[in-house]
Every structure is written in C-alpha cells, then in structure tokens.
Write a new protein. Structure first.
Lengths: 382, 294
C-alpha cells in the first residue's frame, strides 16, 4: 500500500464511512454525486459539507443512474469523482458503469454492501455483491474491485482506488459492508504530504495530433479533459483511436483487447493481498472485508492452540489475485473460505486451485457477521 | 450567406472519416445540426469551451460530426453527464441534444429533474414522434391513433407535450420550433444558449421513413410542408380557441422566466465554504494544531 509514516500523528476516532470520505478527499476527489441509501448515506452527508470547503462539488441526483452519469461527466471534465451506494443503487449504477469501462473514464464507486436480493436487509452486512461487482454491467469489460475490512483500510484503500482509476483510466469499485461502514475505530491518518497521489496523464502533443484512444507503451491513452483545448469525441460505442465509432473488425478487436490487457499488464500494482502468520501455515483462511477481521482473530487463537494457521486477506478481489492465491494453496493442505454469501469468492479460489488443496466453505446469509469462533471451529477440525 | 455556410462547413464539421452521416435522406436532423452550428457561430463561442452531449438514437449521432468537445452517452442519460460536466467546469457552454423517446421516456426522470434543478444547461429536443433508429416503435410523443411498429392497430395512449412538460417542471426558458422554420429555429437556439438557467428548445422534426410512411403523411417534403401549414406563433395562439388550436404546432418562446441558477448558487456556496475553511486552517496552524480530519 501507500508508504505511510505514522509517527507524530494523533489518533482519531472515525467510522468506516467517514474514513472513506477522508481517503477520497486526500486522494483529490473533488466531485461527488449520489442518492440517499442505507448504509452508505453518511458518505453523501459528510461530503456535502466537506467538498465545498476544498472547492469541490456535491450533488444529490434523482437516482443512482443519474449519479453515475454525473460522476463520469465530471471526470471527463478533468475532476476526480466518485459515488457511493448500496445494493439496490449498485444495480442502478451498472448501466453507466459500463460506459465508464468502454470510454475509459477514471472514477470510484463505493458499494457499502447490505443483505439482498432486492431491498433485502438494509441495515445488515453482506458480501452478496462480489460477483455483481465483477460482472454487473453487460458485455466483456475490465474492472477493478477492492475490499475494505477496517476503518484504516477505508482510508488507504480509497486512496489506492483513486490512484488505480487514474493510472489505468478505469472505474474502480470498493466493496465495503455495513459492519465496516458503521464501526468506529481509532486510527492514525497520515499527513497529506506523506500520501502518494497519482493523477491521470494528460496529453502534451499539439491538439491536432491528439488521439484520445491511441495505444502507447502503458496501454493507457493520455487523457485530455473537456475544455483543455483538445476537442475530442467520447462515446459508448466501440471506437477507433480517435474516439469515433468503428465497425472494422480489426479495430474492434484491438480496442477491446487493449482495455482488458491494460489491467492484466498492471497486475503487480493492482492485485493486493495481505498475509498474517502465513510463513509456516498449514491451514489458511482466505477472507476479505469485515470477515477478514474475524478470520484474523481465529487464526491467532488457533496458533495459541498449536495449529499452524494463517490468514490470506484479499484486498483486490478482481482482477483475481490468481498468482498469490495459487502460492498459498500449494503451501497449505486446507483453505477455509468464510463469506457472508453462498460462496461467491470460494468459486474464484476453486478455479485457480491447481494444487488440489482442500477448500472448505463457510457461508452465512442471515445478516450476521461471521464470528471468530465459527472460523476457529473449522481450523481446529479440518 | 454562402460565405457563412462555407465557414460553418469548414470550421464546425469534423472532416476526418466522419461523413457520410447515418441519417436518412430528407431527415430533419441535418437541418437542426446546421441551425445549431449557425447559432453557436453567431454567438461567437469558442469551440474549445463548447460541449455537445447526446443520448442514443438518430439524434445521438449528432455530436460525432461537429468539432466541439463531444460526448455520445447512454440512452436517456445525456443530461446526467451534462450535469457532471457543467458542475465540474462551470465555464463551459454545455448543450445536450436528445430525441423524444430519449428525453421523455427512458430519460423522463432526468429531464424533469434537470428542469427543476435549473443548472445553466441547454437541452435541444428533436421530436419526430417515433423511435426512428430502432424501426419506428411508438414513443411518448406518438399521436393518439397513430400507427407504429408496436401500435399497428392504432395508438391508444396520449402524447406528451414536451415544451409544456419542461415549463411545468421549472425550466427557465422553453421554446418550440420546427425543421421548416430553420431561421426561427436558429433564433430560438441562440436565445436558449444565451439564457442563464435550464433552457429547452423542442424542435418538431420529420421521420418520414418510420412515422410518416406508416401514417400516410407523405415523404420529407410533404411532412415538412405540413409543419409550415400547422404552425402558429405563440402570439397568434393566445388569440385562438382550444378547438382552433387542435392539431396546430405553437412555435416561439413559450416560457422565459428569471430565477436563481443553481450552478451559480452553488459556486457562491463553494466560495464561502472555502473561505471559511481557509480561515479555520490558518487559525489552527497558528495555534500549532494540525489535524487532518477537521
């Protein structure tokens, strides 16, 4: 993650949603559009106060479709932008999220997961939107999905999300959940000067040479903003390197492959996992989000009982950190995957499990957080 | 006149790979695009400072051909993208071109809220009474009794009046014109672009290929001549009875009101909030307290 020097900084008490706001502002977010929804509303409320103070803009739109449209519009005008929502609103943002993917518009979407489907469990945590975050909008599309498990994560992962979205010109989704969003923890936030910020690369060629979707060695085209003097066209149709619609099979293939490979090329940067006590682990727990915290406690307790257990915490869910997970599956005889859904991530883990490691699923969909005891029971009995 | 046409062609159209356009021969979209470019030209706007957004459908292709900052968004959502662009860079002149289905069916919610919100935006609505690109299905402005590919027995629903809808929803400026009245249309567009606040210019256009053919309204020439015959000015219309106005197209400025523009209101809030925050930060620095979250 970002290099953070924590010395001499005061501890403060923050809620997960508040920390996301702090992270967004530190990352340079200056535009927010959203629609009220539990359990994400605090993000809107706080940003409506904070954004004007830093010269930014807050707007409450008529729905989440409109919020996502406004976020993309603001980003195209050169301003870092984000929205925050929960399950039902996450369904609505999918339409314009796809636009963000094809038009390569940097932006961040916070989904504070609650129980579903439909109106579901508005005030209970869930991890039911994991596969939707990957595949929610239609068509083959690239996407980056990150998960937060603590208040400190909410701050640093939000900064990471903005940095990745700017670097790769791609919408980045952060999956939080009701537990992380509303838990208050004391954290130490770094000073602004200690945070590494990445801004989109702007063109430096004369406007008449500018091709808004031309490939380069990064696989990520330079991005001019509307009003910068680089008049160009943006469309949700598959387009050529000038941004105009194309029907040419070669151009279509080249374009669509580029927007996928730019993400796979950057996997070292994008795919983040954290490990705890994994050096000599024989049993590993693979978890993400608030469940990773229960898992960490379970793993520590298991060590006290003499079981060589470790935790692999997935910060990046997609693109799935295949290489890292594969390494741990080869190392361990059992991998326990606790999730507040019916196995959305264990399916991904199963797909990369070439070593034949035994995978034990533990799933809860009753709106309750998975406890350390439940995980510990698996660790000690497998 | 010819000189101006040459300037418009050279300066405002994109010539690299973009023509021929996708519109059918006789389509009103080209007339509207021409009037829009003439309006922008005569207002002396800097092309770098102009944004043209569109949704989906035949009208959605217009931004592709013109040399501004252009964006072809998703169906019905163009105004939401325009809202983000305008708020992020209030100095830009942001225009949004939409069709009748685009603006009042799938985008109906965004349309009324954009009017209510009263940002400084211009919406140009091409009303041809049908979904032309998808094959002539009925739209929210298809007249009662008309035939379309999804109302072959005759349409049983009633049409929206887009201009009146916009005015009721709170738009600062509302005007209507037709593709017959090219000069009038240009004037209305100019007024709409110049107006501070949300402005709507509804332009009645012809889709002889889909709507005209199925309803025996003739080709492009007959349909456009029909607009000429059926049009009455707002001034005349006020002296006519409802019966006399049946089937007529009222053209001209239908609403022009002065009220606070939310883009400008919000800029004022930002200025004040920023100023206040700076004073607090300075005071804290002076007292040696420097914490991020406050």
């Amino acid at each position: 993650m970002e290099s953070i020097n924590e010395s001499k900084q005061k501890k403060i008490l923050l809620q997960g949603n508040e920390a996301i706001v702090a992270g967004a502002l530190a990352a340079g977010c200056r535009f927010f559009a959203g629609y009220p929804i539990t359990p994400a509303s605090e993000i809107s409320e706080i940003l409506s106060v904070k954004l004007p103070e830093v010269g930014g803009t807050f707007i409450q739109m008529e729905d989440e479709i409109a919020s996502m449209g406004a976020v993309i519009g603001a980003s195209l005008a050169g301003v870092k932008a984000m929205t925050a929502t929960s399950g039902p609103g996450f369904s609505l943002i999918q339409e314009n999220l796809g636009y963000g993917c094809i038009a390569e518009v940097p932006c961040v979407i916070i989904n504070v997961m609650r129980g579903g489907p439909s109106t579901g469990l508005p005030t209970s945590p869930s991890q039911g939107d994991v596969q939707m975050a990957r595949w929610g909008t239609h068509g083959d599309h690239p996407i980056i999905v990150l998960a937060v498990s603590s208040v400190a994560d909410c701050f640093s992962v939000t900064i990471k999300a903005f940095n990745l979205s700017e670097k790769y010109r791609i919408p980045v989704i952060i999956l939080s959940d009701e537990v992380v969003a509303h838990t208050r923890e004391s954290v130490t936030l770094p000073k602004q000067g200690q945070i590494r910020i990445f801004d989109r690369v702007k063109p430096d060629v004369p406007p008449e040479w500018y091709k808004p979707y031309a490939d380069n060695n990064r696989g990520v085209p330079d991005m001019a903003a509307f009003g910068d003097g680089y008049r160009h066209h943006v469309t949700g149709l598959v387009h050529d390197e000038k941004g105009f619609p194309t029907q040419d099979a070669q151009e279509i293939d080249k374009f669509l492959r580029r927007i996928h490979t730019k993400v796979s090329k950057g996997f070292q940067d994008i795919q983040i996992t954290k490990t705890h006590l994994m050096e000599d682990a024989e049993v590993c727990v693979i978890a993400y989000g608030s469940v990773a915290r229960s898992a960490l406690r379970a793993v520590r307790d298991a060590r006290k009982l003499g079981v060589k257990a470790g935790l692999v915490q997935l910060v990046t869910l997609f693109p799935f950190p295949r290489k890292a997970v594969d390494t741990y599956l080869r190392q361990c005889r059992v991998a326990i995957v606790p999730e507040m859904n019916l196995g959305q991530m264990s399916r991904e883990i199963g797909r990369v499990n070439q070593a034949g490691c035994r995978i034990v699923k533990h799933n809860r969909i009753d709106g309750q957080l998975i406890t350390p005891e439940e995980i510990l029971k698996h660790i000690t009995t497998v | 006149m010819l000189e101006r046409a040459e300037i418009i062609r050279k300066e405002y159209l994109r010539h690299d790979k973009k023509f021929p356009h996708v519109w059918c021969p006789g389509c009103g979209n080209g007339i509207i695009m021409g009037a829009l470019l003439r309006a922008v030209h005569s207002l002396g706007l800097d092309k770098d400072e102009v944004v043209l957004a569109s949704g989906i459908g035949c009208s959605g292709r217009m931004p592709t051909y013109v040399d501004f900052n252009t964006i072809h968004t998703t169906h019905g959502r163009a105004l939401t993208f325009s809202t983000g662009i305008k708020l992020a860079k209030p100095g830009l002149t942001v225009m949004t071109v939409m069709g009748d289905g685009d603006s009042t069916a799938i985008g109906g919610n965004h349309f009324i809220h954009a009017a209510r919100r009263n940002l400084n935006l211009t919406a140009i609505i091409i009303n041809n009474s049908t979904y032309g690109m998808t094959g002539g299905q009925y739209s929210p402005t298809t007249p009662y009794g008309s035939k379309s590919t999804t109302s072959v027995y005759g349409h049983v629903e009633h049409a929206f009046s887009i201009a009146e809808l916009a005015a009721t929803a709170g738009a600062s400026f509302v005007a209507r014109s037709t593709v017959y009245h090219a000069t009038h249309m240009e004037e209305m567009l100019k007024k709409g672009i110049e107006k501070r606040g949300f402005s709507v210019i509804e332009i009645i256009s012809n889709c002889h290929v889909q709507h005209g053919r199925r309803n025996k309204l003739g080709g492009a020439v007959e349909m456009i001549s029909g607009f000429k015959q059926r049009s009455v000015t707002v001034e005349k219309a006020t002296k006519m009875s409802d019966d006399e106005l049946e089937g007529k197209i009222t053209i001209g400025v239908l609403a022009d009101v002065e009220k606070p523009v939310s883009t400008e209101e919000y800029q004022r809030i930002v200025k004040e909030a920023k100023h206040k925050a700076e004073i607090i930060t300075k005071a804290k620095e002076k007292n040696g307290v420097k914490r991020y979250e406050e």
